[in-house]
Ligand binder design. Structure first.
Ligand code: GLN
Length: 253
């Protein structure tokens, strides 16, 4: 019988429209996924989907969408609406989808662009309206998917409201999150994670990166162990920022 541990494991990552949605270094998240897989001997094939190309999700394990301006968000929304049925099957089948800020807003039923309500992908029961001022600054979030608080940066005019069956990614410890009022940040639905956290998100939050990798491995290969990594530098970067925020040492503009 084949030794399960010796079966080569390979995950395919689709990075959707990096030339449009890549605010605050969101593409760095892909580097982190790739590195953390390579360090564990897990193959990682990254496919960038560019404007003019049609994404296919049939052999994708992890899909990633970054954030960006309202204009770029709208272009990406139009592109993905054409693939909505396939994307919906991917999500319902447990495909891993991580989306940041503008990408997160697209997952819902609708969002506001100026005064215009734009139909979203309807993958998760949430919607986004707008408010003033923009919610800008550092953010820290407590989440069940990460052993450390999630730290990063947010900048959005949108206010996102979750439907009753949708779990938030976590609770805001510092900053604004989904709407600046409820104290909730992001969403979790099946293997979808939406969040307002840029930074980029994954370099300082290795627990989030491993959550995505673990879920993708489980879906593809069944129960999968993740070898521990030496995260001393990542965790130090996380801690120094979290401690500074909670001590009130960071001046937000
Ligand atoms: N354009 C959206 C907003 O302002 C998303 C911004 C972003 O991705 N940072 O709400």
């Amino acid at each position: 019988m084949a030794d399960v541990a010796s079966v080569p494991r390979v995950l395919r990552v689709a990075h959707l429209y990096p030339e449009l949605l890549n605010l605050y270094g969101d593409s760095g998240n892909i580097l982190v996924l790739r590195s953390r897989m390579a360090w564990r001997g897990i193959g990682c094939e990254v496919r960038e989907v560019h404007v003019g190309e049609r994404p296919s999700f049939s052999d994708v394990d992890i899909a990633f969408i970054g954030g960006g301006s309202d204009r770029e968000e709208r272009i990406v929304c139009d592109k993905l609406l054409a693939e909505r049925a396939e994307l919906c099957s991917f999500v319902e089948d447990g495909g891993v989808l991580a989306a940041v800020c503008g990408g997160y807003q697209l997952l819902g039923d609708s969002y506001l662009m100026g005064d215009e309500r734009v139909g979203g992908l309807g993958l998760v029961d949430l919607y986004t309206d707008r408010g003033t001022p923009r919610l800008i600054g550092n953010i820290a979030v407590e989440s069940r998917i990460s052993p450390q608080p999630i730290v990063g940066y947010e900048n959005h005019g949108g206010r996102t409201h979750l439907g009753p069956g949708v779990e938030p990614l976590g609770r805001v410890l510092y900053g604004h999150g989904n709407d600046g009022q409820t104290g909730w940040e992001g969403c979790l639905y099946k293997n979808v994670m939406g969040t307002y956290v840029h930074g980029p998100l994954l370099p300082k939050n290795p627990g989030v990166a491993d959550h995505l990798i673990r879920r993708a491995l489980e879906r593809k290969y069944g129960a999968s162990e993740l070898d521990p990594l030496d995260d001393e530098e990542e965790l130090a970067a996380n801690k120094v920022m979290f401690d500074r925020l909670m001590a009130g040492e960071v001046k937000e503009r």
